[in-house]
Design a protein. Structure first.
Length: 762
């Protein structure tokens, strides 16, 4: 205990120590601040599956192994169309081929690129009148071949080219860059190099659309980063104005924002020092810490400003810290639980986000009771004393207190019951949906490019399968029949498009050589035509088969184009694909389903599971904390009423209005749960204090509203306004998170200000 009787772990003790040793406090705080600046300079940004799931996640390891095995599977595609272009007539004319050759050659030299397919550089099997088909290229030695016109028709009918490198009408072409792995460095380097390579041709009149996972990672991630940088100053300004209007004291608003700004800096610096990169999720960490961390400062300054004007600064600050310090510790702990519950996620980015958000809020509490008192007490107290607005606030809050404990008590409880029932009923219709357009926003470049590519060439996403015979069986003849049957059944799966396997190549080659259908037997004792054609092709030109067959294992690849589907349809598609594999692939054989589409589907499922687990964990932990703090099961249950009700009402409203729960809004429940309980805790702490002084339940409720109401309104409005600024995010999912969180927080304020006193005054 210190001289004021406070234990070392109580915020009032920190405040007393900081005010007694101001110089040491400033010096000690300056050191981690300088370290934070240095840590922020070390911060790097990563994108891609590894950045979100973690490099060691099983889904990522499986996908990277597939890419390494077949030399493809993670494409970065640049699509151009000559339909309305002044630079070309068709995708296989001399201008387009010269462009494609230059770009493909430059991209193939990048260390992040494994290979490049293009109409200018990819091999084309050409039928000969006599002998085995010959491998040709439309550009040789940097020059378009003389007989390019005669090769075009065969290119438009080749299964490897059609709707992959060139559209069926020949107007649209594609450059397909295969990345070496799913790392952030590979995606960033390849996309940047591709944009640099095509820039001169864009000036010449070519128009490109870019699709593929790497495009989404880099472009959408950059959009989010730019919008977040704009949001932070906007958030600071909006919250600052809101605090000035609600406090009536500009210096109080400025002091609070400086304090929480320092907490944001420390959080970002921590990321840099521990080596955790910034990704699409942690982009919103600074604004989130900013808006959540300011709450304790508002409560401290609100109580400090409400004390009599003739009090000296330091005694007033110590009294304010002693009164609201313990509730602030509890509210911070509940917020830590809300964020920390995300740490149970198996997704590295979400887990780290929860940990870092918890660190930021904890730092904000520390600075609120150390740095903020030193800063405030260095200024004249008159700058912080509430003026005429205090009387208006007191009158309004007194009226609220009398209404909720008097004749208005039962109607308030009735309205709350109706709202809860409606929320539960509406939640039954809530659908969990993550649509491509809703994630990034319909106006995003990546969405526009994907739609354009789907119209001009092919579906913008891919699903990959690898079929393996039993160990030691080699490549039996029926392997080709199994692959063919899988392809045929996948053709009936809604959302999947054209597929490609070695069977498509063998079928075309067999028709040239034998002028009949390729016999595909279901046993290993047939004539072996597919195997003989495959061996013949591999001996003549192994480059044709390398990315479709892993001859070392062996394994056969099926690459399927796919649409961008909402979560529910994507889950149904993957389930149907799994059913096809289980039904067709014989016992003893193995089959893996991966590729960008499968990785995204599994990632979204993991996010959904995280949201459910984190909400349950947070609710239980918060309840235990509140019961332990007040040492009362009744008060713990009371605190949960205005805590859970806003979540139920908000989720129910989403169900009634048909608003789906996506990646962003899905985090609202756990986060808001930790924030919504704050007002209830501060109100209950004052209520218990009044009851201890001998007041009746009704009088204690009225006085608690009067003493805590202004800070409750101020913090909730500041939170809501701050979250609303996220609506300016480039990502629709984050914008929806901000709006829904704001609505839930305001609902929690109404519940704590009206419903809680009405129940407690009984």
């Amino acid at each position: 205990m210190n001289a004021h009787g406070d234990r070392w772990w109580q915020p009032a003790a920190w405040t007393a120590l900081a005010l007694r040793h101001k110089g040491w406090t400033v010096g000690l705080l300056a050191l981690p601040t300088l370290l934070a600046v240095a840590g922020a300079a070390r911060l790097r940004t990563e994108v891609g599956y590894r950045a979100f799931l973690g490099a060691d996640h099983p889904v990522v390891r499986e996908f990277d192994a597939f890419v390494e095995r077949f030399g493809g599977g993670l494409p970065l595609v640049a699509v151009w169309s000559c339909r309305e272009s002044r630079a070309c007539d068709i995708a296989l004319d001399r201008f387009s081929l010269s462009m494609a050759y230059d770009v493909a050659t430059r991209m193939a030299a990048r260390p992040s690129v494994r290979s490049v397919d293009s109409p200018a550089t990819s091999g084309l099997l050409v039928r000969q009148w006599i002998g085995f088909p010959k491998m040709r290229h439309l550009v040789e030695g940097g020059k378009v071949v003389a007989d390019v016109e005669s090769l075009r028709e065969q290119a438009l009918n080749d299964p490897v080219w059609k709707r992959r490198l060139v559209s069926e009408d020949g107007v649209t072409g594609a450059l397909v860059v295969h990345l070496r792995d799913s790392s952030s460095r590979a995606a960033t380097d390849a996309y940047g190099a591709l944009r640099d390579a095509v820039r001169p041709y864009e000036k010449a009149g070519f128009e490109f659309n870019f699709v593929g996972g790497p495009v989404e990672f880099v472009v959408a991630g950059a959009d989010l980063q730019r919008s977040t940088r704009r949001i932070i100053p906007l958030m600071v300004g909006v919250i600052g104005v809101a605090l000035v209007l609600l406090f009536g004291a500009p210096m109080a608003a400025l002091s609070a924002m400086l304090c929480v700004g320092l907490a944001v800096l420390w959080t970002v610096g921590t990321m840099g020092w521990v080596g955790w990169p910034q990704n699409s999720l942690t982009q919103i960490l600074p604004p989130l810490v900013l808006v959540v961390g300011v709450c304790d400062a508002i409560h401290l300054l609100g109580r400090y400003a409400a004390l009599p004007a003739d009090w000296q600064a330091e005694p007033a600050m110590l009294a304010a810290a002693a009164e609201i310090g313990s509730p602030c510790v509890l509210t911070t702990l509940t917020t830590l639980v809300g964020f920390g519950s995300l740490g149970v996620s198996g997704l590295e980015s979400i887990s780290r986000f929860g940990v870092l958000a918890a660190v930021g809020v904890a730092v904000a509490l520390l600075l609120t009771f150390t740095a903020l008192p030193v800063l405030v007490c260095a200024a004249p107290r008159a700058w912080f004393v509430l003026g005429g607005t205090s009387r208006r606030w007191s009158g309004a809050l007194d009226a609220v207190g009398r209404a909720v404990t008097g004749s208005g008590r039962m109607p308030i409880i009735a309205v709350a019951v109706v709202a809860a029932v409606a929320g539960v009923w509406g939640a039954r219709g809530l659908r969990v949906e993550v649509a491509f357009e809703d994630l990034y926003g319909a106006d995003s470049d990546v969405v526009r490019w994907a739609h354009a590519t789907s119209e001009m060439l092919r579906a913008p996403d891919t699903l990959e399968l690898a079929i393996e015979p039993p160990a030691g069986a080699g490549l039996p003849p029926r392997a080709f029949a199994i692959v063919d049957r899988v392809q045929r059944e996948l053709a009936g799966v809604h959302g999947l498009g054209q597929s490609l396997s070695i069977v498509d190549v063998l079928r075309r080659l067999n028709g040239w050589l034998h002028r009949d259908e390729l016999p595909l037997g279901d046993t290993d004792d047939d004539k072996g035509r597919p195997s003989s054609v495959y061996r013949l092709l591999r001996n003549r030109d192994p480059s044709v088969t390398d990315d479709l067959v892993d001859s070392d294992t062996p394994a056969l690849r099926i690459s399927v184009e796919s649409e961008k589907l909402p979560q529910a349809k994507l889950r149904a598609l993957l389930d149907e694909v799994a059913a096809v594999v289980e039904r067709v692939v014989p016992p003893g054989w193995s089959a893996s389903v991966t590729g960008p589409l499968a990785v995204v589907g599994r990632m979204i499922d993991a996010i959904r599971q995280t949201q459910l687990r984190s909400f349950e964990l947070a609710a239980v932990a918060i309840f235990v904390l509140v019961v332990g703090f007040f040492r009362s099961l009744r008060l713990g249950l009371l605190a949960m009423v205005p805590t859970v009700l806003p979540v139920v009402v908000t989720v129910g409203a989403m169900g009634w209005l048909g608003i789906p729960l996506d990646v962003g809004s899905g985090m609202v429940a756990s986060v808001v749960l930790g924030l919504a309980v704050d007002d209830a805790i501060h109100w209950l702490a004052q209520y218990v204090r009044e009851r201890g002084a001998g007041a009746s339940a009704a009088d204690a409720s009225r006085r608690a509203v009067l003493r805590t109401g202004r800070a409750m309104v101020t913090t909730s409005v500041a939170l809501a306004v701050g979250f609303c600024t996220l609506s300016f995010s480039a990502w629709h999912s984050i914008a929806s998170f901000g709006i829904i969180a704001a609505v839930a927080i305001l609902t929690a304020l109404l519940a704590a200000l009206f419903l809680l006193p009405a129940i407690a005054s009984r």
